[in-house]
Design a binder for this molecule. Structure first.
Ligand code: NAD
Length: 511
């Protein structure tokens, strides 16, 4: 089926003129042509030309030129642009969500939530635009003053994954812009229209600021070769990359080879510990959304449930019922819980993991499989629940699909050890009503993840906190708290207002 995108701001795209309007140069069209399909029913979303490596180079230079002007605009004035972006995004929330649903297959509820996340981060960034402050530090020398300043960094290269095709850009871009940087964004090759939607909003907002430089944020389309071009480029001091561990390792090596900075947001393999004191009904609700929301395609998706042996049978029985009641189907319908996986390769990965888990002794409690009720041409699967004898090889991997593995434990130390035994370190949770268990889990000897929750599932973070994880998840932090510091450079300034020039550490150098 041919889908017509309703976002008015994208209408020009259909006339094949949109990209040049975004970046202001025609040569963006010289790259290879790509057909775009929706996972909703396999129908066409049109065609798009990828950007060539040569054009990417030109656009990076152009972004650097824009940076040289933008860095001089006072931060609160930069914030006015981001405020306007938030207003325009709010106005077009429904249309933007529709693009996410059509292109990434995310349910309309979750797609609207993703756009809301963008609007929320705009509000956060506007506040931040008046708070980019450093410390004043006591100097050991008389009549001296020390202070820190935070200055804009330069062009930020952003590489994003398909599963949060707008929000991850927004986390980076809204902060980077108020921090005085410009951006070159390479979206996932599976979600280029979402990127055009974002840029349509930005262009609309920029109409109110004709004095601002052209090229504040640029979209370059394509695959890993375009991502690599960003990673290697000396005019890009920071590359923020979201995706698989494999991608992160390659990007980090290329950026590291030129001693640039990487901000990595990579795979998760998240666990939830369910203790005997927990409110089980509350936990079931938290578990279900974390395990099957976004069709199991969130970096924070719950994949490993570690349940105390005394309640394991009850929990598995309750989960079985809950998972069987999940409505799989068209993500455009409000009542759908679980839309399609992103493509056929994702369905194969799901099927492979199921076979592997069986070989490793897994007992199928909810058997899953392709959904017969949903569209035959889409990539619809049902949720799967496995009871595993141990945390075997397949459980240690991130399979981007709605498969939940359940293991049991007898004491909390073992459960925490099991939770920390994987290579990834993104999100984790405990459900307990015992304050000692909760505090143990949050303590230095507890969860080793970037996110550790109590009585909340592993997914669905708020923008106010710093988001990211440890170990192979890459160590990056984005969005709230002081994540803005990633997008700036710190200058330590010492000022002598006296008539002497004493040296630090009491060193004498008189002549
Ligand atoms: P992916 O790694 O296949 O692709 C992500 C992006 O990297 C794409 O834009 C892709 O073109 C680009 N890319 C791939 N190889 C590259 C290379 N060698 N050099 C430069 N760029 C390259 O990931 P995906 O399938 O789109 O997304 C799913 C993965 O992303 C999962 O592992 C998920 O956990 C992770 N993810 C992490 C977070 C987080 O915040 N930690 C958020 C969303 C997704």
């Amino acid at each position: 089926m041919e889908h017509v995108l309703s976002l008015k701001l994208l209408e020009n795209y259909k006339k094949n003129a949109y990209c040049s309007a975004v970046v202001g140069i025609e040569s963006l069209y010289e790259g290879q042509e790509h057909a775009l399909l929706t996972p909703v029913d396999g129908g066409s979303l049109g065609k798009l030309h990828w950007t060539s490596v040569e054009t990417t180079e030109t656009l990076i230079k152009r972004s650097h030129e824009a940076f040289l002007q933008w860095r001089n605009v006072p931060a609160p004035i930069r914030g006015q642009l981001v405020r306007r972006v938030g207003e325009v995004a709010r106005k077009h929330k429904a249309e933007l969500a529709e693009i996410i649903t059509l292109e990434a297959g995310k349910t309309i509820q979750e797609a609207q939530g993703e756009v809301q996340e963008w609007i929320d981060v705009c509000e956060f960034a506007v506040g931040l635009s008046r708070q980019l402050y450093g410390l004043t530090i006591a100097s050991e020398r008389p009549e001296h003053r020390m202070m820190e300043q935070w200055h804009p960094l330069g062009v930020v290269g952003v590489i994003t994954a398909f599963n949060f095709p707008m929000a991850v850009w927004a986390w980076n871009a809204m902060l980077a812009l108020v921090c005085g940087n410009t951006l070159v964004w390479k979206p996932s090759e599976k979600a280029p229209l979402c990127a055009l939607g974002c840029h349509a909003i930005l262009q609309e907002a920029l109409k109110d600021f004709p004095e601002f430089p052209q090229g504040l944020s640029t979209v370059v389309m394509g695959g890993s070769d375009i991502g690599e071009a960003l990673a290697k480029h000396s005019l890009i001091p920071l590359v923020s990359a979201t995706g698989s561990v494999n991608m992160g390792k390659q990007v980090a090596q290329k950026v590291g080879a030129r001693l640039g900075r990487s901000l990595l947001e990579l795979s998760g393999n998240n666990a939830l510990i369910l203790t005997p004191s927990a409110d089980i009904e509350l936990a079931i609700r938290g578990i279900l959304f974390s395990a099957v929301g976004t069709s199991g395609q969130r970096c924070t998706t719950l994949r490993r449930l570690i349940v105390h042996e005394s309640i394991a049978d009850t929990v598995i029985e309750r989960l079985k019922g809950a998972m069987q009641s999940v409505r799989v189907g068209d993500p455009r319908k409000e009542e759908t819980h679980l839309g399609p996986l992103v493509d056929e390769a994702a369905v194969h990965a799901y099927e492979r993991a199921i076979e592997q888990a069986k070989k490793e002794g897994g007992e199928l409690v909810v058997s899953g499989g392709r959904s017969e009720t949903a569209s035959a041409s889409g990539f619809y699967v049902k949720p799967v629940l496995f009871k595993m004898p141990a945390q075997s090889a397949v459980v240690m991997e991130e399979t981007f699909a709605p498969i939940l593995y359940v293991m049991s434990y007898s004491n909390l130390e073992d459960a925490i050890e099991m939770q920390n035994a994987v290579k990834q370190g993104l999100s984790s949770a405990i459900f307990t009503n015992d304050v000692r268990e909760a505090e143990r889990f949050l303590s230095v000897s507890g969860s080793d993840c970037g996110i550790a929750n109590v009585n909340i599932g592993t997914s669905g973070a708020e923008i106010g906190g710093a988001f990211g994880g440890e170990k192979e998840t890459g160590g990056g932090r984005e969005s709230g708290s002081d994540a803005w510091k990633n997008y700036m450079r710190r200058a330590t300034n010492t000022i002598n207002y006296g008539a002497q020039i004493p040296l630090a550490q009491g060193i004498k150098f008189d002549f």
